[in-house]
Design a protein around this ligand. Sequence first.
Ligand code: SAH
Ligand code: F3S
Length: 474
Amino acid sequence: MFSSQIDFPYRGCYGQVNATAGFFKQLMAKLHLITYGCQMNEYDSERVAGLLAAERYELTQDEDDADLILVNTCAIREKAEDKVFSKLGELRKLKERKPELIIGVMGCMAQLQQGAIQRRAPAVDLVFGSPAIARVAELVERVRRERRPVLETGEGPLVKITARPPSAPRLRAFVTVMEGCEKHCTFCVVPRTRGRERSHPPETVLAEVRRLAAVGCREVTLLGQTVNAYGRDLTPSTDLAALLERVNDVAGIERIRFTTSNPYNLTPRLIRALREVPKVCEYFHLPLQSGSNPVLERMNRGYTRERYLELVGEIRHAEPAMAFSTDLIVGFPGETEADFEQTLDMVERVGYDNVFAFRYSRRPGTPAAAMEDQVADEVKARRNARLLEVAGRVAAARSHGLLGKTLDVLVDGTSRKNAGELSGRTRCNRVVNFDGQGRVSVGDLTRVRVTEVLPHSLRGTLAAHAEEAPCLSR
Ligand code: SAH
Ligand code: F3S
């Protein structure tokens, strides 16, 4: 697969390529990718692997074996950055043993910290931000040729990169539909690291979804930092509801998810689409951040707790089976015990299936970093633990509500604990393990009756014979 691609850039140097194994071995190079952070980073890493595959780089899981190591970074919290610097410290030792190794840092931290990365981690040869991803091959080549550090963190045009590394077809895939964010929540670095809000045209997104469907993908997750603001910057303008309808028409795709939505941009059209577009799953990630109105205001979130509850009510009215997840920050500057209690109260009221809890982290250049009344670490830790306890109880109650229900499951592998069992996900994003009885296999959609609720998964039994389940006829 690689040989047909790698001869291209070298044709000029070598004339007719004679494909002996030794020759190709010499040309091949190994790329090791380390990805931190969100789904968008996972998506970007895959694009980079795809672009470099076309240039002769083959992926390796073993960093000792690599000629090029790229670290795709996250800057959302200080802890995420600390992790990257400690990894770069380890890689420096590897480079001492293997001086020809090229180390690159990409993604949000590259964009935020720029030259500071190479000052603190001199083993790093290349630093580039998200806008430069499309030019990764050229940047790596420049480091190789010039043997000096390269820094590329300027603005760049919006490019839809669809390259993927050669790999087994996957049942689920991410598709970035928009880049950047212009919300300016006072705690968040994303507007600085990912730039302005820019949507990819629907035709480009659809072409990518069709390509994925053609190689066996059955579920897509549309990605954007504020995905429900999709399309308003395009000419003619469009919206997420219209995009969902069009993705719904792609044959082969059975499930559509999207993340992340901002309550501020939630429209009646989108709420209607949740009910009317059949492939859109009953799982909604709707970050609340705080349950206290004064805190929400200082965060510049643009909604109140009452408005948020109203939206949840409207969504549940449109789609009663909807499961919600959320992001919550504890210890935002000035957060009092009473503010925090309001957050706990919202967890109970909404009844989240899943809560992602974060301790507030002071990020350089953000307004909240300069606010008075920063909350002590011990207080954040205590509130975080309490929040997780309440969220766990609420989620367990939601899980018990699924007992005895028969749910659609997309089978995506074998159970982690028992290789004799299959595993899959419900439309509401729960993991279910069950005995496939030799009648269903990976890639099938089937129906499973939930017989047991465990802390992190469900167990069930097949609800229908394979031949009775119409959704199995692929
Ligand atoms: N638009 C994206 C935001 C990505 S950041 C989304 O809504 O998913 C993901 C989450 O990280 C945010 O929702 C927020 O809860 C958390 N976060 C962002 N900045 C933070 C900070 N400075 N400290 C702690 N958590 C933060
Ligand atoms: Fe960050 Fe708020 Fe945008 S959390 S990504 S600034 S919606």
